[in-house]
Ligand binder design. Structure first.
Ligand code: SF4
Length: 239
């Protein structure tokens, strides 16, 4: 949200829906007007659960700000979603029907469950393992049956149904703030920059082609993220 110029440019392409992942703290009157005018821009608010869980991770007062931004969206009849990082610590809270009903009451129409992906060895204990992923899958099944007013998307859990990791252009790729084309935000390696190449050329980068042809993306993994587990292999591809 600090790049209003980028968001305004996206708003001018109504045939594409742009979800804007945000912590919600920068939604002001100017943004409300822009979101009202450009209905292809859909804010997706990051939230970690109830007040204490959200404020513990994001800072005191963030929860109230997010809820107030959601209420503003609702009062203007604007479509919005929520993005929740699922850890071993908050999984029961954020997949409870009590929590999702609260989001529904605020007008939230789509929930992204993003499994916590460790990017340091010390934080691996937070990452959902098989037991938690099975729990998440069971809860999602129930939520999809009983809460039809919200679309639930699980990531990377739903990768199972799409036959593996969708990074490196297999389904999507990520452009970092310097223009580097990376396989995924959780695999921050790059050998091409969209300041120098077209998007089509970036999709054909040596790194992306190697990742796809060597089938790393399709490999089994213990939990979290296949490219984090295979990061040495990804790093070697850049040499
Ligand atoms: S790189 Fe990891 S987090 Fe990203 S899509 Fe692949 S498995 Fe999921």
């Amino acid at each position: 949200m600090i790049r209003q110029d980028v968001i305004e440019a996206a708003g001018k392409i109504p045939e594409i829906i742009f979800p804007i992942f945000t912590n919600g703290t920068m939604i002001d009157e100017t943004y409300e007007k822009l979101l009202d005018k450009c209905r292809n821009l859909i804010p997706v608010f990051s939230i970690e659960g109830h007040k204490s869980t959200t404020d513990d991770r994001r800072g005191v007062g963030v929860y109230e700000k997010v809820i107030s931004s959601m209420k503003q969206m609702q009062s203007k009849n604007l479509l919005f979603g929520a993005s929740i990082t699922v850890t071993k610590e908050n999984i029961i809270e954020v997949t409870s029907s009590e929590f999702t009903s609260q989001l529904a009451a605020l007008g939230c129409k789509v929930v992204f469950y993003v499994e916590y992906v460790p990017v340091t060895v010390e934080s691996t204990s937070l990452a959902p393992q098989e037991k938690e992923r099975e729990y998440l899958a069971r809860q999602l099944e129930q939520l999809r049956i009983h809460q039809e007013n919200i679309v639930f998307i699980s990531f990377p859990g739903d990768e199972k149904s799409s036959g593996g990791c969708l990074a490196a252009g297999r389904g999507f790729f990520h452009i970092n703030s310097h223009g580097g084309a990376e396989p995924c935000p959780f695999s921050p390696y790059s050998d091409s920059n969209v300041r120098d190449t077209s998007l089509k050329e970036a999709l054909q980068s040596t790194l992306f082609k190697k990742l796809q042809s060597e089938e790393v993306l399709m490999e089994e993994h213990a939990g979290g993220c296949v490219l984090f587990e295979r990061r040495e292999i990804v790093e070697a591809m850049l040499l």
